[in-house]
Ligand binder design. Structure first.
Ligand code: F6P
Length: 324
């Protein structure tokens, strides 16, 4: 019987559990033996591997985080670490590996697959939505919905005090979370890593907001925004230049990665998990599952890269119009 193992790697994302459940249950459905690996690649190196049947994944579709735990393994970046991982897979007679994670995890998967000619298939799970070969990654929809709920709450207090808030959201390299949550929550300005529109524009826009009688202003800032100033420096810069504003800062941090997955993420993860197993059965490997126009597809891991959104420019233009 064919033996398949599954792990979650990199930053956890809501919906990863739904994907694990889908992989384990698809294996059970197709009479394959399924193994779960704890703590990502690190657990593989440490032989932290268990057999899993369909009942092992009861009641996890609705849970945030990952029951398999996750890690960013530095050992897996070394060839001796990868050799240990390979030995543990062969020791357990595992014939293929499903990796649920982001682009860093797929880099590892690609190298591993090449080194040992070991069948690997990727499922994109990251709140950042910054992977080529798929329109959506698992966890992104939940994260942006978490963020808009929080910004709505901050807006309540901002209006009550006529304040300006700088809100930092995740996204070291890509502004998807900032742009989508910013537009969804009616932010006045959005600062992203992809584009530096200049501090002058920020000041002018805030001046305009004040003149036109806005009771509050929200500036959503992605972690890796291009202004070169962090969210606290931005706040003091604006306080200095526009002293009429009372400014506050909120850094949302890791709360964006937690919580129950949305229905969208649960369905996406379920579809991707089953498709991954079916693709392995069909003999595919060294590919990542993705979704485009609601159709599941496979992209060679070689072509999977970290991406920024082509629609970002247009969404920024939209903010300019809507924040008038
Ligand atoms: O990759 C997802 C992500 O949430 C990024 O947006 C963020 O910059 C990073 O992970 C934080 O990683 P860590 O939890 O390792 O600090």
């Amino acid at each position: 019987m064919k033996r398949i193992a599954v792990l979650t790697s990199g930053g956890d994302a809501p919906g990863m559990n739904a994907a694990v459940r889908a992989v384990v249950r698809a294996c059970a459905f197709y009479n394959l033996e399924c193994f779960i690996i704890y703590k990502g690649y690190q657990g593989l190196i440490e032989n932290s591997i268990d057999k899993a049947n369909a009942r092992r994944v009861n009641n996890i579709i609705n849970k945030g985080g990952t029951i398999l735990k996750s890690a960013r393994s530095s050992d897996f970046r070394t060839s001796s670490g990868r050799k240990k991982a390979y030995n543990n897979l062969t020791k357990n007679k595992i014939k293929s590996l499903v990796v649920i994670g982001g682009d860093g995890s797929f880099n590892g998967a690609r190298i591993f697959q090449k080194e040992f000619n070991f069948p690997v298939i990727g499922i994109p799970g990251t709140i950042d939505n910054d992977i080529s070969g798929t329109q959506y990654t698992i966890g992104y929809d939940t994260a942006i919905n978490t963020v808009i709920q929080v910004i709505d709450k901050i807006r309540d207090t901002a209006i009550s005090h006529n304040r300006l808030f700088f809100i930092e959201v995740m996204g070291r390299d890509a502004g998807h979370i900032a742009l989508h949550s910013g537009i969804g929550a009616g932010a006045e300005e959005i600062l992203i890593p992809e584009e530096d529109r200049g501090l002058k524009k920020l000041l002018n826009s805030l001046k305009k907001s004040e003149k036109t009688g806005k009771a509050s202003s929200i500036v959503v800032v992605a972690e890796g925004d291009k202004t070169g100033k962090n969210v606290f420096e931005l706040a003091s810069y604006v306080e200095k230049n526009l002293p009429d504003y009372e400014v506050r800062v909120s850094v949302l941090g890791h709360m964006q990665r937690g919580g129950a997955p949305t229905c969208f993420d649960r369905v996406l993860a379920s579809r991707m998990g089953v498709f991954a197993v079916e693709s392995l059965i069909a003999g595919k490997s060294s590919v990542m599952v993705g979704i485009e126009n609601n159709q599941l597809k496979l992209t060679p891991l070689e072509n999977v890269t970290k991406i920024k959104s082509a629609t970002n420019k247009d969404l920024l233009r939209l903010t300019d119009i809507l924040s008038i």
